[in-house]
Ligand binder design. Structure first.
Ligand code: HXC
Length: 270
């Protein structure tokens, strides 16, 4: 389906997408680009950055990219400094860099737990804190990528559940503080989305996918573009009175809860 956002909705605006070189976040970057924005993407690997920037440029957008790890505050800060120099102050920050793997808590090393918390939660703080001085105050918007794991416990996802629950509270805390600057801060919880690295891990076979789809009220996986459309809505004037919201985009999964591993659909990881 074509996006509901017409060309030009974000004309003249600059957008920064952390993690925006693959998966859902690249689709979000493309959505902003297609709606007229100048786009800056950042992720760890230079090859991914180069490929994403090329795709965005081929689609006709003004785009730049930076290789930086969200765990490295100074590198994130530098990416914002160079973004502002190249495409101006940003109206939108999307913080979507994330790490995930399936691991029983008793086998998860302290460093494994810390790594995911550092990428997802501390990384989101780094992105928002580093981006603050580079936002157009008055009409700015931040969207953090949370996950269903923030609201429902998932077995073998203790690290992700903890990190994403932290992102939700960080979102609300900064929404409370930064409303006075005209900066809205929201988070979204993408459910099972087709063609993503996360779902390749959490639903590794067609049979498991069918079982998950059977449990979802809308009976299908979502599309990356459906997440992009929600982000574009949240950052648009149509959502100007929404801040501090944690919004599921999940085919109704939040109503039935639980994870694929928790439900016994995939075996306990060794
Ligand atoms: C157990 C693991 C592990 C695994 C890594 N570790 N992978 N432990 N099982 N499969 C442990 C390591 O042993 C190490 O601890 C620590 O984690 C750090 O690992 P490194 O590989 O050194 O770290 P790094 O190179 O920084 O990579 C971090 C990573 C990364 C998280 C593992 O590779 C990654 O981000 N991969 C997946 C990206 C991804 O899937 N993104 C989409 C997320 S989707 P020790 O103790 O050995 O030093 C999402 C939402 C899903 O988040 C929602 C679906 C509905």
């Amino acid at each position: 389906m074509k996006s509901i956002f017409r060309e030009g909705v974000y004309a003249g605006k600059a957008v920064f997408v952390a993690g925006g070189t693959s998966g859902i976040n690249l689709e979000v970057a493309k959505g902003f680009a297609a709606s007229g924005a100048r786009v800056s993407v950042m992720s760890r690997k230079q090859d991914n950055v180069d490929a994403a920037v090329q795709q965005l440029k081929t689609a006709g957008a003004e785009a730049i990219g930076f290789a930086a790890d969200v765990r490295d505050f100074d590198a994130v800060k530098q990416a914002f400094v160079e973004t502002e120099a190249a495409i101006g102050k940003v109206s939108v920050i999307v913080s979507g860099a994330a790490g995930n793997f399936v691991a029983p808590a008793e086998k998860l090393s302290p460093n494994g737990f810390k790594t995911v918390v550092d990428i997802d939660l501390v990384g989101s703080f780094h992105v928002m804190k580093a981006g603050f001085d580079h936002l157009t105050q008055g009409d700015a918007s931040i969207v953090n990528m949370s996950a269903p794991q923030s609201s429902h416990p998932y077995a073998f996802q203790s690290h992700v559940c903890s990190a994403k629950a932290g992102i939700d509270m960080l979102t609300k805390a900064l929404a409370l503080e930064w409303g006075r600057y005209g900066i809205r801060v929201n988070a979204i919880q993408p459910g099972p989305i087709d063609g993503t690295e996360g779902m390749e891990r959490l639903s590794p076979t067609p049979e498991i996918r069918r079982q998950i789809e059977g449990m979802l009220p809308l009976k299908r996986y979502g599309e990356k573009q459906e997440i992009a459309d929600l982000v574009l809505f949240l950052c648009s004037p149509a959502a100007r009175y929404i801040t501090g919201a944690i919004i599921p985009c999940d085919g109704g999964q939040a109503l039935v809860g639980g994870g694929t591993v928790s439900m016994g659909l995939i075996p306990t990881p060794k």
